[in-house]
Write a protein that binds this ligand. Sequence first.
Ligand code: ATP
Ligand code: MG
Length: 300
Amino acid sequence: MKIISVINYKGGVGKTTLTANLAGELACRGYKVLMIDLDPQASLTFSFVKPNDWRKTLAPSKTIKNWFTPDKGTIKFNDLIFEPEAVKEHISGDGLLHLIASHLDLINVDLELAAQLGGANLRQAKQNFITTHSRLIEGIEQLGKNSYDLILIDCPPNFNIVTKNAIAAGDYVLIPAKPDYLSTMGVDYLRKSLDRLVTDYNECATAGEDTEGIHPKVLGVVFTMVQFYRGVPISATRPFIAQTKKLQIPVFESYIRENKTLFADAPLYGVPVVLTNSSRADIVGEIETFVDEFEHKVLL
Ligand SMILES: Nc1ncnc2c1ncn2[C@@H]1O[C@H](COP(=O)(O)OP(=O)(O)OP(=O)(O)O)[C@@H](O)[C@H]1O
Ligand SMILES: [Mg+2]
């Protein structure tokens, strides 16, 4: 089982869209995939579930918020999982696409978790750091190693404790970025924040008797919403792509092309673009090429 957190500080760079399409395509290829929506905006959730259905069946007690709330003692991580309906008919064979939905109240959870940090002495403070940052690790451990081939965690555009939980739980970090100044500027900063989290966590872990350290790797940056002219990214975007490659962070060869109509409408139908019978076969083909590259790096 491989665990990937999808992260960028910058909002609106295509994290959720990429997560939904990657998960959908891999399930279609026969992989067992669990998506976890960690963003209080719940965009990934609403890409697969209608708001009314979410309100009735998931919001009361079946979202990731229930895991992070202090009385989680009685909840099993497994009980939060469900199978989105609309996408089922697109997946055959052994493939599975499951989701742990988010909740708009998750925004308060970060504050509650932050209040649990610190302690009467250094030892206690280190223990509280680990407890607060390893809640998701605990949940995923409950699932068992062979339950899924892949877990994809869609993170909010911040680096708060819930996001750090995703990084701590993950084998890899996948960074979608638009090829523009602000989106790429954050990539190097994100890498530094990652390094700091790993150092802090592992330092605290050595204080506890049976706490394992964490070793998430950057899987790579994938450029999204790329505009093309004559088969190559337009010249205005090329310096940002080149600059990112110089950061010594892996960069995916394949791009996700910009197409507002196609990507904006997909959540209405509960099925990601890559699984639809879109007339834009070129765009679907490009997403499939990205998934080939991802599959090769992570799953084969
Ligand atoms: N390749 C694309 N071409 C055009 N529009 C896109 C593309 N990918 C995503 N979008 C649109 O851009 C908007 C933001 O995308 P998305 O929600 O995936 O970004 P995000 O990084 O998850 O945002 P947030 O930081 O708010 O979570 C959405 O309206 C989505 O439909
Ligand atoms: Mg998002």
